[in-house]
Design a protein around this ligand. Structure first.
Ligand code: UDP
Length: 234
């Protein structure tokens, strides 16, 4: 296997599938199966999942909700997605732990770095819910910081597009895909891969990112086997 320890970032939006809101459980089932497949190969897996399918703090002010309040609502949304994913993984008999960025003791344990690493060493899949527990951050920045903290080899950002393009492939017909691109070039070209906080954290800590299509079954396992899929940002 190419990696020992990975951080998998899944967007909340992807969880909607064909729906307009909430969680499409058939997608969660598919994701969980793919995660189990790489877990069976002995990969240590940490997961961060977004909340955009339920609530996004950045949009809260439009509905008369204070931004910080909205961000906490967004963090709760990520926790709900994390709990759903945890259940699906447990159905497949994967050992899991959910760790939260803020205290919510009746639901799960708080994030404690050493403990997270211990869980991973013991082969448990660790899900980081509630983001970093701080407003004005995103789940991309959560993925980057947690990956650095737990010394993951790579951030695998699962999306519904199959990599990074020079323009938006959902809008521009002849957009060109990169197989790999350096952090510096991605900056120069102003490519929107992750928000700046997340991106800078990865760059400064030499933590590579691979953006790939999580909706294509088999992609995740091919990636950890070292096959060339998606776009590598290094
Ligand atoms: N959020 C936050 N701090 C964090 C992580 C998330 O405030 O550390 C909030 C923020 O409001 C964000 C929402 O949670 O809009 C949902 O996360 P995100 O938009 O990153 O999810 P995705 O787009 O990946 O579904």
């Amino acid at each position: 296997m190419k990696y020992k320890r990975i951080l998998l970032k899944l967007s909340g939006e992807a969880l909607m599938g064909e729906k307009n809101y909430g969680i499409d459980s058939s997608l969660l089932e598919k994701y969980s199966q793919q995660i189990k497949n790489i877990h069976d190969k002995g990969i240590e897996i940490a997961i961060v999942i977004g909340g955009g399918n339920i609530y996004r703090g950045i949009e809260s002010e439009k509905s008369g909700i204070n931004r910080v309040q909205g961000d906490y609502m967004g963090m709760l949304a990520t926790l709900m997605n994390s709990m759903a994913l945890q259940s699906h993984l447990e159905k497949l008999e994967c050992d899991t732990r959910l760790m939260s960025g803020f205290n919510i003791d009746q639901v799960c344990e708080p994030f404690i770095r050493r403990r997270a690493i211990r869980h991973l060493e013991k082969g448990r899949i660790v899900i980081f819910g509630a983001g970093l527990g701080k407003p004005y951050f995103t789940t991309d920045s959560t993925a980057s910081l947690r990956a650095v903290e737990i010394e993951a080899n790579i951030v695998l950002k699962g999306t519904r597009v199959d990599g990074v393009y020079d323009s938006d492939p959902e809008k521009v017909k002849d957009a060109v895909k990169f197989n790999e691109i350096s952090f510096d070039e991605a900056y120069e070209r102003n490519l929107k891969i992750m928000d700046m906080t997340a991106f800078t954290l990865c760059k400064e800590n030499n933590l590579p990112i691979i953006v790939f299509d999580m909706n294509k079954p088999g992609n995740l396992i091919k990636l950890v086997e070292g096959k060339n899929i998606g776009t590598l940002i290094y």
